[in-house]
Design a protein. Structure first.
Length: 352
């Protein structure tokens, strides 16, 4: 899943990333299997862009985001950020690399230490990774609070005194403290009121422009992803099934799962809502500990074929910059190739 923006170079390159968690059972706690939370994922994130990562709950989005920053030890694959494969770094080397990559967590209440003031929370990365003086650190904290729209007078308050949206702003300020290049936003608006969500997303966009940031924006809210993302990757049961520029994906999805996801997005106009055809998927998502043979989506796909239950589909570039992992497009391209070959043969025959 490569270049969709040739003018820019990839800041993040992920190749065949796997995150498998062991399952132990019995008195002797023997390993009896593994949960394949992320199973062979590959994509690039280009400098200055926002890559949206979407999918239903349990598909492996958040695990993928955390693995990218090596908050988990990676099972297999490579994660190259700013030219360095962080999956292979020692702990000391990884610590030196940490300022380049940061994370904004889903639940602002759980990700902030309730016993620390706002000043201490935002200053903690500066204490760990810089040699600034106390006065310089305080000035930096004030500048970060200004950047995210928090009053400097609140620096001595504790997280419980703030609303959900304000807490998320504190988390964003902490993530910005070390001037990172790449930020993973793990469903940063999921725990917030709808009225606050747009404010936080607009803030993230403003900060991206101001500081030249690159985002991986993880969410299940497709309408919000459409607003903020440059390109969108769709994930199902540990695999990326489609990746495309935002408008191309929303206008003409190529994978049946993406079609089903987009059909579920509410339409605010009642006259248009009446015309929307909902695609209702049958059955439940299979267990990542025991995924189906062949295509992961074959047990629920409305367009399933015999080959889907036997052979895992390869990811193909069906249109320029638009990738999909689906046998439907393999058959389409083979048919197109056969038609072209037949046309050539006919032309040669008539020429003779």
């Amino acid at each position: 899943m490569l270049d969709a923006a040739p003018s820019k170079k990839p800041l993040v390159e992920v190749r065949n990333l796997k995150m498998h968690f062991p399952i132990y059972a019995g008195l002797l706690r023997r390993r009896v299997g593994e949960v394949k939370a992320v199973d062979g994922v590959s994509f690039d994130v280009f400098e200055g862009e926002t890559l949206g990562l979407v999918g239903e709950s349990g598909c492996g989005k958040s695990t993928c985001g955390r693995a990218l920053l090596r908050l988990y030890e990676v099972t297999d694959g490579s994660i190259t950020i700013d030219g360095v494969d962080i999956a292979a770094l020692s702990n000391n080397a990884l610590r030196e690399k940490r300022p380049t990559m940061q994370m904004v967590f889903q639940d602002p209440q759980a990700s902030l230490n309730p016993r620390m003031t706002v000043q201490a929370i935002i200053q903690e990365p500066l204490d760990e990774h810089t040699t600034l003086s106390t006065k310089e650190k305080q000035q930096k904290v004030y500048e970060l609070m200004d950047a995210v729209g928090l009053n400097r007078r609140f620096a001595g308050r504790y997280p419980h005194a703030f609303s959900g949206g304000q807490r998320q702003r504190i988390g964003i300020a902490r993530a910005l403290a070390l001037n990172p290049k790449f930020i993973v936003c793990d469903e940063p608006i999921a725990a917030l009121d709808v009225s606050i969500q747009a404010q936080v997303v607009n803030l993230l966009e403003d900060l991206q422009e101001q500081f030249g940031l690159t985002y991986l924006f993880i969410s299940h809210d497709l309408s919000m992803v459409r607003h903020i993302a440059t390109r969108v990757a769709v994930m199902y049961l540990g695999k990326i099934v489609e990746l495309a520029p935002r408008e191309a994906l929303y206008a003409a999805p190529l994978h049946p799962y993406t079609e089903a996801l987009l059909s579920a997005v509410p339409e605010p106009d009642p006259s248009l809502e009446a015309k929307v055809e909902r695609i209702i998927l049958q059955g439940d998502v299979p267990s990542p500990a025991n995924p189906p043979k062949g295509c992961n989506f074959c047990t629920r796909c409305p367009k399933v074929m015999d080959i889907c239950r036997e052979v895992e589909p390869a990811t193909r570039e069906v249109r320029p910059g638009h990738f999909a992992a689906c046998h439907l497009h393999e058959i389409t391209s083979q048919t197109a190739g056969a038609t072209a070959a037949q046309r050539e043969a006919n032309e040669r025959q008539h020429g003779e």
